[in-house]
Write a protein that binds this ligand. Structure first.
Ligand code: SAH
Length: 342
């Protein structure tokens, strides 16, 4: 059965028209789902019994069950969810001083095969529906009884390899009658599917874009990220420049610091050269070691020197704070463990 979380307001309006219902019913149902946060159709008391029955025949609301939950000392909560078909996915809640941010999964597994990442240990099984992404937000919000103010699509999966569903998801959580999460509080992270970056630029959304760069040149990036063969760094840079020009938005480059791999001063200079002239900043990410891959995080002093070198070239740079260090922090780790044990 389908979940009502799948529908943008426009799609729900159309759906209800086919069910011979007035267009405003969609707004009513949205209010029940996202403002009143009900999890059963019976609770939607201002809909006629007949219509409720009709909906119940074809639709559910909540389709996720919590298979496991790990709570960190710093407030980070890692959820392992079971989908209706038995697949397992992860979401991570992070508590910041500015609000509560949820890291959402977009696919079951991932096909991008980045060499350092735990998600790719299990190949893509399928795309998530928009409803399954919305469901992650709703489930965590209900479980914690606190509003989620920020969403990052940085969980397992490549969001631009599931483009249409991710766009629907963004429109549902952003809509004033939906969860009303501000576009500037929503971030999509991609490994660099340039055709989709260019498409995304035309959506008219004020959301944020993050690019997983992780390397300062093609030689290193190709070793780390197979996608670089299809879209080498100059092609990627061109796509990003187009995106920035069309949207007038600043982008983020994510750069995992990997010991003796991409963390030298020469790398910092090459990276500075690449980023220079783009409305972008660099976020240096501490690597969460994945046993199977053999990469190690860079030492703190090395990260500090790398950062100083970028600053010297006038590049805006931040270091990402680690969350949930005491729980299985890295993307896909909880899920990978579970699947091994099955
Ligand atoms: N496919 C998308 C989104 C999912 S990955 C993308 O590539 O951006 C989200 C981010 O976490 C990416 O920057 C990814 O490279 C990074 N990441 C993956 N494994 C990691 C690890 N073990 N430690 C730190 N960051 C990791």
């Amino acid at each position: 059965m389908k979940t009502l979380y799948n529908y943008t307001l426009e799609n729900m309006t159309e759906l209800f028209l086919t069910m011979k219902q007035k267009p405003f019913r969609a707004k009513q149902v949205f209010t029940w789902l996202y403002q009143k946060e009900v999890s059963s159709l019976e609770q939607m008391t201002d809909l006629s019994k007949d219509f409720r029955q009709q909906l119940q025949n074809d639709f559910t609301i909540d389709q996720l069950t919590i298979a496991e939950k790990q709570v960190s000392k710093d407030g980070t909560i890692k959820y392992l969810f079971e989908l209706a078909d038995g697949h397992l996915i992860e979401s991570v809640l992070m508590v910041h001083d500015y609000g509560r941010s949820l890291c959402v999964t977009s696919q079951v597994g991932c096909n991008m095969k980045c060499d350092f990442c735990a998600s790719g240990l299990l190949r893509k099984q399928r795309n998530l529906t928009a409803g399954e992404m919305v469901n992650q937000v709703m489930k965590v919000q209900l479980d914690t009884a606190e509003r989620i103010s920020h969403v990052v699509v940085m969980g397992t999966g490549e969001p631009f390899d599931n483009y249409d569903h991710v766009m629907e998801f963004v429109r549902i959580i952003n809509h004033p009658h939906g969860l009303a999460i501000g576009a500037r509080h929503i971030t999509i992270s991609t490994c660099g599917l340039v055709d989709k970056i260019e498409q995304y630029a035309l959506e008219g959304l004020q959301t944020n874009l993050a690019i997983s760069l992780h390397a300062p040149n093609d030689e290193i990036r190709e070793k780390l990220m197979p996608i670089n063969k299809k879209y080498p760094m100059d092609v990627l840079r061109q796509g990003i420049a187009t995106y920035i020009q069309k949207t007038n938005r600043r982008i983020t480059f994510e750069y995992i610091m990997l010991k003796d791999m991409n963390d030298s001063i020469v790398c910092a200079r090459q990276l500075a050269h690449y980023v220079k002239g783009l409305n972008a900043y660099v976020n240096l990410i501490p690597y969460n070691a994945v046993d199977e891959h053999g990469y190690l995080p860079s030492d703190d002093e090395v990260v500090e020197k790398f950062k100083t070198e970028l600053l010297r070239f006038g590049i805006n740079v931040t270091k990402r704070k680690e969350h949930g260090r005491d729980i299985d922090g890295a993307c896909g780790q909880l899920r990978a463990k579970r699947n091994e044990g099955m």
